[in-house]
Design a protein around this ligand. Sequence first.
Ligand code: ZN
Length: 727
Amino acid sequence: MAASKSQTGAKVREIADAARPLLPELPKATRRFKRRRLRCSVTVKTDDGRAALGEAIDLSGGGLRLDSRNELSVGDRGTAQIRINANGETIRVPIEIAWRNQVDKDEFVYGLSFTEISSTDRFALLEAIYAPQNGTTGFVDATAGPDEEVQRAGTEPGTPAHYSYYMRLVRRMEQVKKIDPADSDRILYARLMQGRAIRDVLADLEVVDRGSVDEFLGELYGVPFIDLLRHRPEGNDLDTIPENLAMNHSVVPVSRNEDTMVVAMADPSDLLTLDMVRNRAKGPVELRFALLEDITTAIDNIYHGASLHSVDRLLESMPGSEESFLGGPEVEDLETLRRISDTAPVVTLVESLLRTSVEDRASDIHLEPYADKIAVRFRLDGVLRELRTLPKNIYPAVVSRIKIMSRMDITVRHVPQDGGMSMRYKRKEFDLRVSSLPVLYGEKIVIRLLEKNPVFRSLKAIGFSERNYELFAPLARRPYGMILCCGPTGSGKSTTLFACLQEINDGTTNITTIEDPVEYRVAGVNQVEVSAKRGLTFASVLRSLLRQDPDVIYVGEIRDRETADLAVRAALTGHLLLSTLHTNTAIQSIARLVDIGVDPAMIGSSLLGCIGQRLMRRVCDQCAEDYEVPLDEQMVLQELVPVATPKTLRRGRGCEKCHESGYYGRLGVHEVVAVDEGLRRLIARGADSTQLLDYVTSRGFTDLRDDALGRMLAGETTLREVLRVTA
Ligand SMILES: [Zn+2]
């Protein structure tokens, strides 16, 4: 009895362990010499009089990697003279040779660590590494590796002022809070190169507990810290601090307490600005410290109405009363409508709607007219959430504005229409697909947002467990055969296969995709869009494609016999074919192909493997907490994890970051069937799904739900999500 219990315990631990490495890891100490391509000339003089000339390949606050033709030995000590910028400015730092690599006969690479470095020199170095170089280029290689999710900062202006602000801030942390100098470098890297938020970085690097970050920041200037994302500025006192003052001096009005004005500044030690604000204010001023990144967002929100959460001020400023302004949902006077849809408030409202959707990482915007209001809903992490409502009177103008932008006909309101536009925001480009549908109380608008050049994550980053990754990754490296990804709409099938293409796409293979429609453009890949109008179907394109010498083919979806037959044939004749099927489980895809009419023997010999996939919402890390599992959940849990039923699980309490949902972002869960000889024979013999499942289960197959439960036990997702997604 005891043995079996500990066995299941081990199983649970094994699942949890397998899931743990998938949690995002921060660049920690291991990256010391390895993260940037920085070339600057270095002269080393050892204490016993030898010298070496060379080039620093990588440079950090703690040391550098030196390329040199001169010979030195490990343990040598001396001084390095480093030229840190194009103006010829140099610093001299005591060093020790930490390691040495002989690349060629007289070519060496040395690891130099700084034995001591003054804080002034170190910051001069950091400045050289992080600050944008005037006139010179190529100093910093800011591209993140494929495993790192690229997040752009809220502000990201890349101006010298921006960089020097964070340099000063981190220096202050060293002076006031005595943080480890190595952490300064990591904080700057995370903020300036990866665009991560300072507060997250401080907690993730364990410079300070997550719960004490605000307090930590407050002590820097002896001024209370205010989190402007949690305490949104109310938008009063805009006359006291007009936009240009706010922008130029990074200061915003936060709130008003009777006659006291609360003001947030990015640099509370900037006394000139403080004096300016005090002179303009009619009463006392209370000072708060806020981070530059938050001040910039706040300025966007309060002065530019960039956030949908702050459009109310805007709506109040709309001219005229309801009657005279638009006269209800049916404005017959199109000229008036066209004119109003072009007025500043409507333009700004639509703009803020689009921007907010990008900021919130929404995939779709839904505008739904009801009898008394317009609901604005965003699809976030796959689930629709109502963000706010809009008054009915402005809706016709909003719809017209959107239609004009997406080249639709504003005079047609009783027939569904499609249109599109592109948008640039925060250095990203988006394709917007817009559709309108006449419903009872007006026109419903749905806008789908697609990023034009998204950073495809690697297979590992998509969330494959170690075990599933090891099963699946080798399949993608096979020269030919068929790989199928299965799941319902929106389960991330194409993202997974694109990640797979990405791994294959090394420039030596001819990769072609047939899609309906092309969602993301990928460099180095030929993408064909099917079009019923032009007679381009999956099957017809695939047939002509086979004459184009492709190596790898991605077919958006296999829906009919002709496509299925061609796909199988392509896979049998030396092509690697990737496609998706609309089935619930991986095993069912085999039966589906048989149902469509493909010869089981052909499936058996062409199929390399199939994966089933779902996307689950990830617990928001900002508000995650352990909770004691209540009785009703306890009962469900006992059925799912019968033996080692956990007493506590993890969930998000709900916070501003996750729109009170408790979830932020998604992770993929998978089941992988890699076809082996035994399974191949069974398929060819026409075995049904149950027999196939029995076979793979006997070989240690873990299904979607097991994978999902493992993630739940590892605290990455919740029981509710497991039930919602794998029911
Ligand atoms: Zn949250």
